[in-house]
Design a protein around this ligand. Structure first.
Ligand SMILES: NC(=O)c1ccc[n+]([C@@H]2O[C@H](COP(=O)([O-])OP(=O)(O)OC[C@H]3O[C@@H](n4cnc5c(N)ncnc54)[C@H](OP(=O)(O)O)[C@@H]3O)[C@@H](O)[C@H]2O)c1
Length: 351
């Protein structure tokens, strides 16, 4: 199969490329050449890939890169603007199968969820909005991109509404922070309110394999591409992190569960300071996402402990996390000063 991977040098995109090469596909990537220099393989697995350089939102660029080229299928892992999605869709309108990596953020009522199924409403265009204008926000952008692609590809389109992606190579530092913090050991602040709440993830390799397989099998329609709700809980995730870090830990990690009020009063930011933490009731429903569509469409979901073991084995060989990730977003993790204040206050609290 001649496969075009839009965004083939990114985390998911690179994993898709490796999965496709393993199946013997003829792989082409399309990127701007910023994330990794196009044409210079980041690792051996990318050898043999034809690398096209274009900004997908620039019609002249896309014309130059894609004119005269034909593909059997496209896997689109670089959907960050509706304009970009429209521009490449126009140039690839004849392709036999198009898989777009969307997000559960496309659902209008998520967060906090739950998401009952793929028929739940996604963000609609704002009344009277200029159809050419970029919607404000990631979820509305994903929903509008889905609509734009449906106009072009109709029943040749797979919309993979991905849940949280985890696994080896994760550049976000979300799960990585937890693994590294637990490996340092000692008293570890954990959000008491979330420990029983379900969490669900999709392993980047499961998602990539399935996207490639879906192109071969021509899987179409909308799919909530994640592990099952209830695959573990927040507390179960932390326990599994402690297990896989095991003997690599500097010393044993002991949980210090603190309630939402105490965390918020100390300035702990939801989601970023304690990755995946949501205060209040949201945590109960956030990861209750119906994934019947994913199981029916053949998306495998490996046990979370396998994902964590492989992620840790990759992560422990990586240099310490950069203070500011490449994306420019603040790094994930609890700032040392806040952790110190919280643990100190906890020690002084009368029992
Ligand atoms: N991470 C999650 O938990 C999560 C959850 C749900 C959905 N998703 C979706 O999953 C997809 C993949 O995420 P990721 O973390 O693997 O992405 P990523 O690592 O940021 O990779 C993005 C890729 O897209 C390319 N790209 C970006 N803008 C481009 C443009 N204008 N023209 C051409 N290529 C462009 C990048 O290369 P250049 O920079 O060289 O152009 C790179 O190859 C995204 O669509 C994201 O929305 C992620």
């Amino acid at each position: 199969m001649r496969l075009l991977v839009i965004g083939g040098t990114g985390w998911l995109g690179g994993t898709v490329v490796r999965a496709a090469l393993a199946r013997g596909d003829e792989v082409t990537t399309l990127t701007r050449g910023r994330t990794a220099p196009a044409g210079s393989p980041r690792d051996g697995a990318l050898r043999g890939v034809r690398a096209l350089v274009a900004d997908r939102a620039d019609p002249a660029d896309v014309d130059r890169a894609l004119t005269g080229r034909t593909f059997d299928a496209v896997v689109d892992t670089a959907g960050y603007s509706v304009a970009g999605v429209r521009t490449t869709a126009a140039a690839l309108a004849d392709v036999g199968h198009y898989a777009y990596v969307s997000s559960i953020s496309a659902y209008r009522d998520w967060p906090p969820g739950p998401i009952q199924g793929t028929g739940d409403p996604t963000f609609a265009a704002a009344p009277g909005a200029d159809p050419e204008a970029e919607p404000a926000g990631y979820g509305p952008m994903k929903a509008a991109s889905e609509r734009a692609l449906a106009e072009v590809f109709g029943d040749r389109l797979l919309l993979a509404r991905s849940g949280l992606i985890v696994g080896p190579g994760d550049p976000t530092g979300r799960l990585g922070w937890w693994l590294r913090r637990i490996a340092r050991g000692g008293d570890v602040v954990v959000p008491a309110s979330n420990l029983e709440a379900p969490v669900a993830f999709v392993d980047v390799r499961d998602l990539a394999d399935w996207l490639v397989d879906g192109a071969h099998r021509q899987v179409t329609g909308a799919v909530n591409a994640s592990g099952d709700a209830g695959m573990t809980t927040y507390g179960g995730l932390l326990e599994a992190c402690r297990t896989v870090v095991g003997a690599d830990a500097d010393r044993a990690a002991t949980w210090v569960p603190l309630d939402d009020a105490m965390l918020l009063a100390a300035g702990v930011e939801e989601w970023t300071h304690l990755p995946f933490w949501s205060a209040g009731d949201a945590a109960r429903t956030l990861w209750q996402v119906d994934t019947t569509s994913a199981r029916a469409a053949g998306l495998a979901s490996r046990p979370i402990v396998d994902t964590l073991r492989d992620t840790w084995s990759w992560l422990r060989d990586q240099p310490p996390a950069a203070a500011t990730p490449v994306s420019g977003r603040p790094p994930f993790g609890l700032p040392a000063a806040i952790e110190h204040t919280l643990l100190d206050a906890r020690r002084r609290r009368p029992v």
